[in-house]
Design a protein around this ligand. Structure first.
Ligand code: ADP
Ligand code: MG
Length: 474
């Protein structure tokens, strides 16, 4: 290999790091080596089979693109597992804990004051739990119509003592972005650990994957598993991000082991268990077998309460900050999207007020939050709802839609339902096939094309479909 090859490789690594972020990069690519390079093929090696299959299944395209950006002729990546010959240790790359900067450029903790993480009880730290935000506690969580049940269940979980039997397991909370999932999960973690009796560990699904993968890298996977089993409550956030066969198998083991041992598991995701793509049927049904709670969008009243609470909190550090009631009402009415935007809105008013010294007025608020006012995001549509609504429309049963019957009166509704599943949800074709009685993705594709073709010429069908879409979306 020439030194030019090496330089090229260094730049490729730089690209990967920039595109994937430090955390992902250091988990998967820190130990990848360049073995050789010719016009078309790049040969690289990694130390374990697990890393090889992970990179192949998740990052091949990305790695290839990064190489092609350096040398356009490259068309192939070869990845091998290095033999056990001793090599010098690579320089240690710190697995930096990254705090996502928030969209609006403030530090996300708002109020111009960064509260240091309070030391947590041992379990969470020792196991490398994901960072907790000290503001996300039950005290700051506002209960409203859309989250009453989720909140009550979370409280119940947090208050359970070691000697009590677990009431619902797992507790599975799902909701769209910014509706308070992380807030509730971290509240459980803070409250549980503060009581000191139980070990509560909060992990994002990504952290779970990294934890597992780096344990594999360091050949301490067994210890990692054991330590997970030593906790009382495992809280996993954003489960929809769990990917990869071996991690989801690992997740499955951990879940089963914990539940069987009477430990509590709490999960949050942006979709119901049945819609999770990367876990297998056993896990799905296990997840669905506990208490599944959905949190709906924040109603206007709840938005107003959240805003009031935010302003109160800000006033503790900025005594002069005042937001008149009409301004609060205006924001609650117009910034409807989610809790993050409400937080953003208050942060902007505060920043503006602090920087200019001008009081908060309706006019100023209108200017400051203009871009947070977005058209109502389309409702999350679930495949189950589609099947239910379509079955009702065409007077067949949901079981008919899932069955293998091929009579015309079920074939068309089934195709319509698949078409709607493809257009109204983000589910993949194979996933949709699975949800329609285990059909192949080509069948789904055929159905989608068929209906797409028909709506162009058949106005009656087009209207029916429009009607169904309306029913599903509002
Ligand atoms: P998710 O994890 O569902 O995407 P988060 O829990 O991160 O959402 O919530 C986004 C923001 O909205 C956070 O600042 C959170 O504190 C706030 N928020 C959401 N729901 C509530 C609530 N019921 N009470 C107080 N704040 C809330
Ligand atoms: Mg979240």
């Amino acid at each position: 290999m020439t030194s030019m090859d090496q330089e090229c490789w260094t730049r490729v690594k730089g690209r990967l790091r920039a595109e994937l972020g430090e955390d992902v990069y250091s988990s998967w690519f820190a130990r990848i080596d360049l073995e050789g390079l010719d016009d078309e093929t790049v040969r690289m090696s990694v130390p374990t089979r697990f890393l090889k299959s992970w990179i192949q299944s998740h990052y091949t395209e990305r790695v290839l693109a990064c190489w092609q950006a350096e040398q356009a002729t490259i068309g192939r990546i070869e990845l091998t597992v290095r033999s056990g010959i001793l090599r010098p240790l690579p320089p240690k790359e710190p697995a930096a804990e990254i705090h996502e900067p928030s969209r609006n450029g403030y530090d996300g903790h708002g109020f111009g004051l960064r509260i240091g993480a309070t030391p947590l009880s041992s379990a969470h730290d020792a196991l490398g739990g994901s960072p907790l935000d000290p503001r996300l506690t039950f005290e700051t969580f506002i209960v409203g119509r859309s989250n009453t049940l989720a909140h009550a269940a979370a409280k119940q979980v947090a208050a359970t003592r070691r000697s009590d039997s677990v009431m619902f397991n797992p507790l599975y909370i799902h909701a769209g972005v910014g509706l308070g999932k992380t807030h509730l999960l971290q509240s459980i973690t803070w409250a549980g650990n503060a009581a000191g009796e139980r070990k509560v560990l909060y992990l994002t699904a990504e952290k779970f994957m990294f934890g597992f993968a780096s344990a594999v890298k360091m050949q301490t996977a067994l210890a990692f598993k054991e330590s997970l089993r030593g906790i009382d409550v495992l809280v996993i956030d954003d489960l929809q991000f769990l990917q990869g066969k071996s991690t989801s198998a690992e997740f499955c083991h951990t879940l089963n082991a914990l539940i069987d041992a009477g430990r509590q598991v709490v999960i949050a995701a942006d979709r119901p268990p049945l819609d999770l793509e990367s876990v297998d049927d056993r896990v799905r049904s296990r997840l669905a077998g506990g208490l599944v709670v959905e949190m709906g969008s924040l109603g206007e009243e709840l938005r107003l309460d959240i805003l009031r609470a935010r302003v109160m909190a800000a006033r503790q550090h900025h005594a002069g900050f005042d937001v008149p009631a009409p301004v609060l009402a205006y924001i609650a009415k117009t910034v409807t999207h989610n809790g993050r935007d409400l937080e953003g809105a208050v942060n902007r008013l505060l920043a503006h007020n602090k920087l200019t010294g001008y009081p908060v007025t309706l006019e100023m608020a209108e200017r400051e939050v203009r871009d947070l006012i977005r058209p109502q995001e389309p409702k999350r549509v679930k495949i189950e709802d589609i099947q239910r609504v379509v079955a009702r429309q065409y007077n067949v049963s949901r079981a008919d839609l899932l069955s293998s019957r091929r009579t015309a009166n079920v074939v068309r509704p089934r195709q319509v339902a698949m078409y709607l599943a493809k257009t109204l949800t983000l589910r993949s074709l194979p996933e949709i096939g699975r949800r329609f009685g285990g059909r192949d993705h080509t069948t789904v594709l055929h159905a989608v094309r068929k209906i797409e073709g028909l709506v162009g010429s058949n106005t009656e069908l087009a209207q029916e479909i429009e009607g169904l879409k309306r029913q599903l979306q509002d």
